[in-house]
Design a protein around this ligand. Structure first.
Ligand code: BGC
Length: 847
């Protein structure tokens, strides 16, 4: 037996993280038997596991999906842990010894917050000399800032993360990062910490198009850093920011997330000056939850284009998000300007759809050779226009792709090149928008954690990557905001808009839907434990708003955002489905989820309370929107999809038939927006309309996913018609080429086309429905999914009239197998772990 994937709080050997309920999780592989029969977890304060502080003893109730450690943890302490397991066949094994190290926790800081004259835009570099007195056995840096920071020791970068201390509501809480600097500090030396503006101090959100607009959260830079050293003789020392630190101004003249950065290499650093103590408003400090944002990939340009306007443009070949490196060697005083865009128009560089975001980099040369790498900004782009270099050499440029560290979960390929490209586009769209916060888009003057987008994409995301820790941080942000808004869920999390509406149906329901999805995918109830109050608060907020006169219906809602069926042809953002209907449906859906979460957490009374509420709401929906003969009176595709998805219809046969009619009326073209699209194909399939689901997916003209690809898309667009059929942009007001919401189609490709369907009754993929639906236009599928319960594999292939289905069920799991159009007698039913292959002649084949 092998015990692998050992994690605590869904993190591998984390240093300085808030580990929450410190739940451990692991996988059993290559074991004899069908399932684990018992396990034992031990925690110690030494790597040899001799000083054990917790021993669960051998127990049958330890779930590999998440077992909370009942340990009281000390700050700045490393713990080691190990799990041993036994299977029902008596196979035994032990994991390697894993560790986690706590951060500052609630320990008071000896360091003081320092600052400088923040009215000067030129960015500060804070520094001090560290002089360890004796040989060091261990050194840690605990650091955070108001603004963004990059820390260096003797000129060498500490860690490799970007955009620290990351994106939260800086009025509420601030994350502290921990770095192991033992090796770097061995010789002592100079610590320098550069600050930039970022989310805290830079222009952000829609408040102003003025590139010099003041920061969103604050105007004053702040830095707090503490170095804890343990010497080889066991004594300790602490060095922290205080008035002995110095500050000077470096070469970065300005920066912000939307407009980019300005580097003037001709400027000599200013003289070092004393720092002052920061006395302004301070949020609470919190050990990090954010995953590291790192450079994950480098992409070389695929082509250099000299445009009809004479611009030198590099095509990276892939829309993505991140920074870049550019080698330059230009005469002193010459300015190099790098601008980025997502598409070309009329063969020329184009970026009007970035709205007020300048998305550029300005470099003033000092005559020496430099490699430009932005520090305190990021971009969403495919094309790069470079000015100020006579002959741009593609080899001098690399796109540096940034996103949060997320382990790959699923890989999938099909026999259809359009679908493969679509799956790639969805994956790139996700990663471009998983830079610490699940954002709507990475390029224009927006890049915020829109709740609706995050909600509709959350289960798709979990098919691509391991997202537990990523969403845990976002959901922590959400609950913290709700605490300040009486339960309402701001439409963007963290809250950036000053006059924003206090939630909208579908968007605010993220507070219930995302935790439930994370629970469904990972099977660890800790996420529900963390989010339950927020889930309840959201539903209670709606109940209060609803009052006695159904006020939720008339509250502000985005509805079926960007749906194509608004009867007013000039309305290009709001879909045609009645917002009141959508509001009622999601009110009920969230109430259902609160009840389900309450059941999981053993909160029986709350379960009953919210079940009763959801029953009342179901009745209200039926009374209001269904006619006495069972017709849904909201006559749109999205309304019918919602009715079937959420079990609202009193006459399912009728609603199904009406949904098909809705499609026939529109020439079998989808008309759905952000709300209807993610559920569209799943609902069609669940209701016996796989043929229609495939038609929608495979359609090559407008509107659809392949239409975008045929027009060159390498990520998923915000609008069905972001580009018109002749390749011109349809509008510039709100038109991103890298929005993941419609990428949620990939979930259906996984669940139905491939046929790996997680069951709500068995969270964490312990039991899965294997139910592929082959289609001749797809030909074959090969997919592997590293689930919380082990590696599932599934594939199928059509060969003439024959179909072969292959799948692997991991240890401890079972599969309910539903072979498509299988003749009687070939259905294997429920199977346990193992690898299976079945070839047969189906009674019917789509396509
Ligand atoms: C964003 C969205 C978001 C929407 C809300 C847009 O500006 O980019 O994706 O959900 O506003 O209506």
């Amino acid at each position: 037996m092998k015990i692998t994937h050992c994690q605590i709080a869904h993190l591998k050997n984390p240093m300085g993280y808030d580990v929450g309920m410190s739940e451990v999780s692991y996988l059993i592989e290559a074991a004899e038997g069908e399932k684990q029969s018992s396990a034992r977890v031990r925690v110690a304060t030494d790597a040899a596991m001799t000083n054990v502080i917790y021993d669960s003893g051998e127990r049958a109730d330890i779930s590999p999906l998440g077992f909370p450690l009942p340990c009281t943890l000390e700050p700045r302490t490393r713990y080691w842990w190990q799990v041993e397991a036994v299977t029902d066949a008596g196979d035994r094994g032990a994991s390697e010894i894993n560790w986690f190290e706590t951060g500052k926790m609630d320990e008071p800081w000896t360091a003081q917050w320092i600052t400088c004259d923040s009215s000067i835009r030129r960015h500060p570099i804070f520094s001090c000399n560290l002089a360890p007195e004796k040989p060091i056995s261990q050194a840690r840096l605990y650091v955070t800032a108001l603004g963004l920071y990059e820390a260096y020791l003797n000129g060498e970068r500490i860690g490799d993360e970007y955009l620290t201390p990351y994106c939260n509501n800086y009025h509420q809480w601030l994350q502290v990062q921990t770095y192991d600097i033992t090796a770097q500090l061995a010789k002592g030396g100079r610590m320098e910490i550069w600050l930039g503006n970022g989310w805290y101090k830079g222009r952000f959100c829609f408040v102003s198009d003025d590139h010099n607009a003041p920061g969103h959260y604050g105007q004053e830079w702040g830095l707090l850093a503490e170095v804890h050293v343990t010497y080889k003789d066991g004594t300790q020392a602490v060095f922290g920011t205080d008035e002995s630190w110095k500050v000077r101004r470096g070469p970065i003249v300005d920066s912000n997330l939307y407009d980019g950065e300005i580097w003037d290499a001709t400027l000599a650093d200013t003289e070092s000056e004393p720092v002052s103590l920061y006395t302004g408003r301070l949020p609470s400090l919190h050990d990090r939850l954010s995953l590291p944002v790192r450079i994950q990939r480098q992409l070389a340009p695929v082509e250099k284009i000299v445009t009809p306007r004479g611009e030198q443009v590099l095509d990276i070949g892939q829309n993505q998000a991140g920074i870049f490196s550019l080698r330059v060697h230009e005469p002193r005083g010459k300015t190099v300007k790098i601008r980025v865009g997502e598409i070309m128009q009329e063969g020329c560089f184009y970026r009007d759809n970035l709205r007020s975001a300048l998305a550029e980099y300005t470099f003033v040369s000092d005559g020496k050779e430099h490699t430009i790498i932005p520090h305190f900004t990021f971009y969403g782009y495919r094309y790069v226009c470079i000015e100020g270099v006579d002959d741009v050499k593609p080899d001098d440029f690399r796109a540096l792709v940034l996103h949060s560290d997320l382990d790959v979960a699923g890989t999938i390929t099909t026999g259809n090149h359009w679908i493969n490209q679509l799956l790639s586009n969805v994956g790139w769209g996700m990663l471009s928008n998983f830079i610490d916060v699940p954002t709507d888009c990475p390029q224009r003057d927006e890049r915020m954690g829109w709740t609706g987008d995050a909600q509709v994409f959350s289960s798709t995301a979990c098919f691509y990557r391991d997202c537990y820790a990523f969403y845990r941080k976002y959901l922590y942000d959400m609950k913290t905001e709700q605490g300040e808004m009486n339960g309402a869920v701001p439409v963007v999390i963290p809250r950036f808009q000053l006059d924003e509406p206090d939630g909208s149906a579908v968007w605010g329901d993220a507070a219930c839907i995302i935790p439930w999805n994370v629970y469904r995918y990972y099977g660890d109830p800790s996420i529900l434990e963390q989010c339950f109050d927020g889930m309840k608060m959201w539903v209670d907020f709606i109940t209060r708003t609803d009052g006695d006169h159904m006020g939720w219906r008339t509250h502000f809602h985005y509805g079926d955002w960007l749906g194509l069926d608004n009867p007013n042809p000039d309305e290009i953002t709001l879909g045609g489905t009645d917002n009141a209907f959508i509001a009622d449906v999601y009110y009920r859906h969230s109430a259902v989820l609160v009840a389900k979460a309450a059941r999981v957490l053993g909160k029986e009374q709350e379960a009953q309370e919210y079940e009763a509420l959801s029953d009342r709401l179901l009745q209200r929906i039926r009374d209001e929107y269904f006619t006495p003969t069972g017709r849904l009176a909201v006559e749109t595709q999205t309304a019918h999809v919602l009715a079937l998805a959420y079990g609202l219809s009193p006459d399912v046969q009728r609603t199904r038939a009406d949904l098909r009619r809705q499609f026939e009326r529109s020439g079998n073209r989808l008309r759905t927006g952000f709300t209807g699209t993610p559920l569209l194909c799943p609902v069609l399939s669940e209701n016996g309309m796989d043929d229609l689901a495939y038609q929608v997916l495979l359609r090559e003209d407008y509107p659809g996913w392949i239409y975008q690809i045929k027009l060159g898309a390498t990520t998923v667009w915000e609008r069905w018609n972001s580009l018109l059929p002749d390749g011109t942009i349809s509008s510039t007001g709100m038109n991103s080429f890298n929005h993941y919401a419609y990428g949620s189609i990939a979930e259906w490709i996984w669940r139905r086309c491939a046929g790996l369907q997680p069951l709500e009754s068995a969270p964490g993929f312990t039991r899965v429905r294997i139910c592929p639906m082959p289609h001749r236009a797809i030909g074959k599928v090969e997919a592997a999914y590293q689930s919380a319960s082990g590696l599932w594999k599934i594939g199928w292939e059509i060969d003439g009239d024959q179909l072969t289905v292959r799948f692997t069920v991991p240890f401890g799991c079972t599969a309910e197998v539903e072979l498509p159009y299988a003749p009687e007698g070939t259905k294997p039913g429920t199977v346990g772990c193992g690898t299976y292959e079945i070839t047969y002649v189906p009674t019917k084949m789509l396509g």
